[in-house]
Each structure stands twice: as C-alpha cells, then as structure tokens.
Design a protein. Structure first.
Length: 284
C-alpha cells in the first residue's frame, strides 16, 4: 500500500468515470492509504476499498433502468430518487454482492463527506470510527429535494457536495504529501449560477434551514473557486489530477447505457495513459 490520499469527486452517474479509473488502479495494484469520497465518490470509493473490480459499472449498467434503483416513483415511496434500501439491501446482499468483509477489514482509511443540514457545513465520517457508516454514505449521496434528509445519530444530513464538492483540502490538512484527485468534469468546466427556478425551489424547500440554504446558494461560486485552486496546485505539482479529456454530457440521472459505458471506458483509458506519470508522482 502506498502512503497517499485519493480524493473522489461526486456527480451521481458521472461517477462511472471514476469507476473506470479505479478499476484500472485495482488491476494495477495502486492502493492508496487514505481515500475520501463525496456523493457518488463515496459509492465508488466503497468498491475500491473492498477491492471489487467492475462492481460499480456492473450495478449501473444492469440496474439503471430498474425502477427499484432509480425512478421518480421512489420519491413518493421512499423520499429519494435513488432507492438506497434497494441499493444497500437486495442489490448488495444478493444480486451483485458487496464484499463487506473485505471492506471492513481493509486497512485503508476511508472517509465520506456529508453536509449537516442545521449548519450547512461538511462533516467527515470514517469507516472505522463511525457506528453508522452506511447511513453516512447514503447521506453523502442524497441530492437536495430529490432525496430526503438522512439521520445519523439524531442529526440530519444531505449531499456532501452541497458544502465540500472535492475534499482535497481535507487531504492536505491531514498531512498527505501525495494527493490524487479523480474529477468527473473536464478541465475548464465551471458551474453556471443557479437559475431562478432552482433558487426559488431551494428557498421554499429549505426555508427552515437557513444555514443549509446559504450553502446551496453559493455552490457554484465555491465549486468554481475550488477548480481554480486545483488548477494551480496541479500546475505546481502538489497534486495529481485525472479527469475526463472531453466534454461530459452524462447527466446526474442518466439512463443511456451507451453514454455511461463510454464515460466508464474513458476513465479506464485515461487511467492507463496516466499510469507511468502517476507512478513517478507517487514514487512507486
């Protein structure tokens, strides 16, 4: 295992890009000692820590059109467009089994980030110290309005991307010298300002949570500032970044299997292309 940090951006189904990169990492034996993930990054991170090559893309391609997995009907029945009860229940238990034994036994430190609804601030949950880690993963992946709030030890949480979309600063603060980022948007991408209808929806839905609402309103500015800093850190050689090299058209709730598979293959290709330079950066 290599001493270093792996930082995984979210993006819902754009996470298939990350899955492609991580499958190559696992195939080539690139195992970093610390991993953190936000939203979909927490999901793909789980399969990386459990060492299950191909599991994430298998889940997405096989079940993306299954209404038990993703549908607006789930919002009525389960208060979430993604059905976490199915995902962490029947799907992980029997259909495409998740290797919980390997996951919990792994010596890798793995943190997921969720946003506390009361404060609008990010909180970090580590698998070896959080007594309800699966709920933390669900919270990290729960899209505002499209998902209900997740209770963890009596506190309410939603998508980690609302407050901390890419947790590279966390890796720096923890003292890691080698930090690898896997992003799900191409270089130069910037989030547009919130449109008036989204803003009005947030204001209506989250009026009782003013700090969380403030966090949502500055999501584009926060994300764009982070991208600018990531570019500077990458240029200085402080971090290593792998991201799509073409414009990403996959949507958060994408159901076109061809587009998902193509983005996954892009992740694999770019991981292979970066392998030599990455090893030099990691000194392995």
């Amino acid at each position: 295992m290599t001493e270093g940090a792996l930082v995984l951006e979210g993006g819902s189904l754009r996470g298939v890009f990350t899955a492609g990169v991580l499958d190559v990492f696992m195939e080539k034996g690139i195992s970093l000692s610390y991993v953190n993930g936000v939203s979909a990054g927490s999901m793909t991170g789980m399969s990386y820590v459990s060492g299950q090559i191909g599991r994430t893309i298998q889940v997405d391609l096989n079940y993306i059109r299954d209404k038990r997995f993703l549908s607006f009907r789930n919002m009525v029945k389960n208060r979430s467009i993604f059905n976490f009860d199915f995902l962490f229940g029947e799907l992980s238990d029997t259909l495409i089994p998740f290797d919980y034994d390997s996951f919990w036994k792994s010596s890798q430190k793995f943190e997921v980030i969720a946003t506390r609804c009361k404060t609008g601030k990010p909180e970090y949950f580590e698998k070896s110290s959080c007594d309800d880690f699966i709920s933390a993963v669900k919270a990290s992946s729960s899209i505002p309005i499209l998902s209900g709030m997740i209770n963890i030890n009596g506190k309410k949480y939603l998508d980690g991307g609302c407050s901390m979309p890419i947790a590279y600063e966390r890796a720096i603060d923890l003292g890691y010298e080698k930090i690898v980022l896997i992003l799900t948007r191409e270089k130069g991408y910037r989030k547009p300002p919130l449109d008036k209808w989204t803003k009005k929806g947030y204001e209506r839905y989250f009026a009782p949570l003013p700090e969380f609402l403030k966090a949502l309103e500055v999501v584009p500015d926060r994300y764009n500032r982070m991208q600018e800093e990531i570019d500077r850190l990458e240029e200085a050689g402080r971090i290593y970044v792998i991201r799509p090299d073409n414009h990403v058209t996959v949507q958060r709730t994408e159901q076109d299997k061809r587009k998902l598979e193509a983005l996954y293959e892009d992740g694999k290709r770019l991981a292979e292309e970066n392998l030599k330079k990455l090893k030099v950066y990691l000194e392995i």
